[in-house]
Write a protein that binds this ligand. Structure first.
Ligand SMILES: [Mn+2]
Length: 322
């Protein structure tokens, strides 16, 4: 990959870099950013980690998670954007002048990536963490247990513990290397999948009862009201769409999560034969063929019409309001 030598040459002449994880951060963006940060520090490069949103409580086991701040540091000499398909995903860390004055390195595995960087290391791997491992290997920085734990967390979370269609033999070789370097797969899998707050029952219950279904499309809403009354935090809503997508009748599962300020976060999961990444891209979002999302400025009712309408169109159905 040509981007590897270009990134190496940039990193060879900088002392301070900004590494950015995307908004509504997941284990891949956080683990990839941290794994890279720990590795670059071994090279004597000062790293500053930024994420516009807080680290979710269930991911506060990744080594170094406390280092993320919701602000840019002003003196960086390069900016690395991790696991983000477009600059919207940078959130309010984005600043036009800063991004125009230093090299921007875009490292991502989403099929919808817009190649917004001066250098773009973009390939459809199972996780961005796999690309970070390639980069660290190319830079000849030795792995250690801390770096390996960060990167394996990215791989475990983005693949739901190696169950997605994105998994390849190459990805599993990467996993073996990370385990050889000291990362514990059982500990990471336990931390990610076996700890859910009780409040999740109060959050998920009504979303099951109120779910809508028509023609293979299954959807439900996570309202602000429900988040408040259930006492659940945002991370409790994360596994919901994946669960809905396992129901036999669902060709597509969608969750509509109400954010503050008249915005709706849409998450989509589909079965083979229907790609949701192009639908998400058309709605201003992005992702992977089977797992994508977007944020719409809309009411819940408007978001239903736009998203379900686009999916029905992609399925060759004519939209009739539910
Ligand atoms: Mn990812």
């Amino acid at each position: 990959m040509q981007s590897l030598s270009e990134i190496t040459s940039i990193l060879g002449r900088v002392r301070r870099v900004l590494i950015i994880a995307h908004i509504v951060p997941d284990g891949d963006t956080l683990g990839s950013a941290l794994g890279l940060s720990w590795a670059l520090r071994k090279r004597g490069i000062e790293t500053h980690l930024a994420c516009a949103d807080p680290v979710p409580s269930d991911l506060r086991f990744i080594p170094g998670w406390e280092d993320f701040t919701p602000r840019r540091k002003v003196d960086e000499e390069a900016i690395l954007v991790i696991d983000a398909s477009d600059l919207e995903r940078v959130g309010n860390i984005y600043a036009a002048d800063a991004f125009a004055s230093v090299p921007v390195i875009n490292i991502d595995h989403h099929t919808t990536n817009l190649h917004f960087g001066n250098v773009n290391m973009v390939a459809p791997t199972a996780a961005t963490a796999e690309l970070i491992l390639q980069l660290i290997t190319y830079l000849d920085i030795p792995l250690d247990a801390t770096i390996a734990t960060c990167l394996l967390t990215g791989m475990v979370t983005d693949t739901h513990c190696f169950r997605t269609s994105s998994i390849t033999a190459e990805a599993m070789h990467a996993v073996a290397r990370l385990m050889d370097a000291g990362a514990s797969l059982p500990n990471i899998a336990d931390a990610v999948f076996n700890h859910r707050p009780m409040a999740l029952l109060k959050l998920w219950g009504p979303t099951f009862t109120n779910a809508g279904y028509a023609d293979g499309i299954l959807w439900t809403d996570i309202t602000q009201d429900l988040l408040r009354t259930s006492g659940a935090d945002v991370s409790s809503s994360k596994g919901l769409v994946n669960f809905l997508a396992t129901l036999d009748e669902a060709r597509v599962a969608i969750t509509f999560r109400e954010l503050e300020d008249h915005k709706i976060e849409v998450s989509m999961r589909s079965r083979p034969g229907l790609d949701v990444d192009t639908i998400a891209l058309a709605l201003g979002g992005g992702g992977h063929p089977r797992a994508s999302g977007c944020i719409l400025s809309a009411s819940l009712a408007e978001a239903h019409v736009r998203v379900i309408g686009a999916i029905r169109e992609a399925m060759g159905l004519i939209y009739a309001p539910a």
